[in-house]
Design a protein around this ligand. Structure first.
Ligand code: A4P
Ligand code: MG
Length: 189
């Protein structure tokens, strides 16, 4: 499987080692878009994460073109996963992600799993387990979705993740082909 892209930090924002030490690591965010130039939507969201003061982006996966889960009368998605460190606790991070979705014109008055400009899912927050309406961690879909597992594998490889286990093993059990990797320079999706 392919290597992940190197995280490019915003040169204007540099975290001091002392700040990084106080941030929680092992946090993974799933990004998805299938409206209004999805590749650009995902790249813009990654840039916003990279420039947020409270967030340090550790790694970025490849971008994948994936068939829609849910209603089939919608375009293919672009999906990716980002690994973070952050000073934000889980609910504050969720609210921050929802603000980013809103900034990128995310509409919420639509059918479940319908097309969207940007979806940011909090997949894992270290070894935290939460089961509330507002926030479920680990995200409920991780183990069943090729569009989450393949980009996650780009970043974690064979490392065992808390609560979830080894992504390579889960991918083998899922038995779905690797989605197509989209080079960000190729914008014809
Ligand atoms: N919520 C609970 N836990 C979480 C979490 N871990 N991360 C709550 C993010 N949100 C979480 O989310 C609905 C509610 O889930 C929020 O109010 C939040 O408090 P939403 O983003 O507003 O709505 P949604 O995304 O339409 O709903 P849902 O059920 O979360 O959908 P998914 O699981 O995000 O799936 N096909 C492909 N190929 N690629 C995709 O990325 N994505 C979806 C959406 C459907 N089909 C797809 C893809
Ligand atoms: Mg969602």
């Amino acid at each position: 499987m392919p290597n992940s892209l190197k995280a490019k930090e915003n040169p204007k924002k540099q975290h001091q080692p002392s700040q990084l030490n106080t941030m929680q690591g092992g946090i993974y965010i799933g990004l998805g878009s299938n409206l209004d130039e999805p590749v650009q939507q995902v790249l813009t969201a990654i840039k916003h994460l990279q420039s947020a003061t409270e967030i340090h982006v550790v790694a970025v996966s490849n971008l994948y073109k994936t068939p829609p889960m849910g209603p089939q009368d919608q375009p293919d998605y672009i999906n990716a996963v980002v690994e973070l460190k952050t000073a934000l606790p889980p609910y504050q991070l969720l609210r921050f992600l929802q603000q980013l979705e809103n900034q990128q014109a995310r509409s919420r008055d639509t059918e479940r799993w319908s097309a969207r400009t940007l979806d940011l899912d909090l997949l894992l927050y270290a070894d935290t387990i939460l089961n509330t309406n507002e926030l479920t961690i680990p995200h409920i879909g991780i183990k069943h979705r090729a569009f989450v597992l393949y980009p996650l594998y780009d970043i974690v490889h064979n490392k065992s993740l808390p609560v979830i286990g080894q992504i390579g093993d889960i991918i083998k059990q899922l038995n779905e082909p690797q989605p197509e990797i989209i080079n960000p320079n190729k914008l014809d999706v």
